[in-house]
Design a protein around this ligand. Structure first.
Ligand SMILES: [Fe+2]
Ligand SMILES: [Fe+2]
Length: 170
């Protein structure tokens, strides 16, 4: 059984993960619009990952005998100045996600809700990867500024990214 407060925050996180998926789908659309289909593929896969995150919290709520409450998904930003701007915003977004996961972990730990902490530990580790992946891609696109050959090489590389669903919880 989850406390009302924890349940409310986990439901908010379900919504926020759906929003994250929307944010990356918007970035995929921008990449398509500037003919960078490899970058678009990267963001489409990212959007799928965020859906999987939403479903991980969604499933967890039911496992703990709680009720899922779905809310409106906010409209994502659709205006980007450049691919650098996209990665800067993606990196900022992941840092915001991390702060939300930490806030959830603070509540779970105050309540000594060990099962939720175990779930959140998975997300804490995942966020290290997420931030690192966005930060290193941001650095690479910055270095490649004004060098179309380097951007197209990255585009080819990012075209190969495939979605791997996260392992289900036991
Ligand atoms: Fe996520
Ligand atoms: Fe993420």
């Amino acid at each position: 059984m989850l406390s009302e407060n924890l349940l409310k925050h986990i439901n908010e996180q379900v919504n926020f993960e759906f929003y994250s998926s929307y944010v990356y789908l918007s970035m995929a659309a921008y990449a398509e619009s500037v003919d960078l289909s490899g970058f678009a593929n990267f963001f489409r896969v990212q959007a799928q990952e965020e859906l999987a995150h939403a479903m991980k919290f969604y499933d967890y709520i039911f496992q703990k005998n709680g009720n899922v409450t779905l809310d409106t998904i906010p409209k994502p930003e659709m205006n980007f100045e450049s691919i650098i701007d996209v990665f800067q915003k993606g990196y900022n977004h992941e840092q915001l996600v991390t702060s939300k996961i930490y806030k959830l972990a603070d509540i779970a730990s105050e309540e000594r809700e060990h099962a939720t902490m175990s779930l959140l530990n998975w997300f804490i580790d995942e966020q290290v990867e997420e931030e690192n992946s966005f930060n290193s891609l941001l650095k690479r696109v910055r270095r490649s500024e004004g060098n179309p050959a380097a951007i197209y090489m990255m585009d080819d590389e990012l075209a190969t990214r495939v979605f791997t669903p996260p392992a289900p919880r036991a």
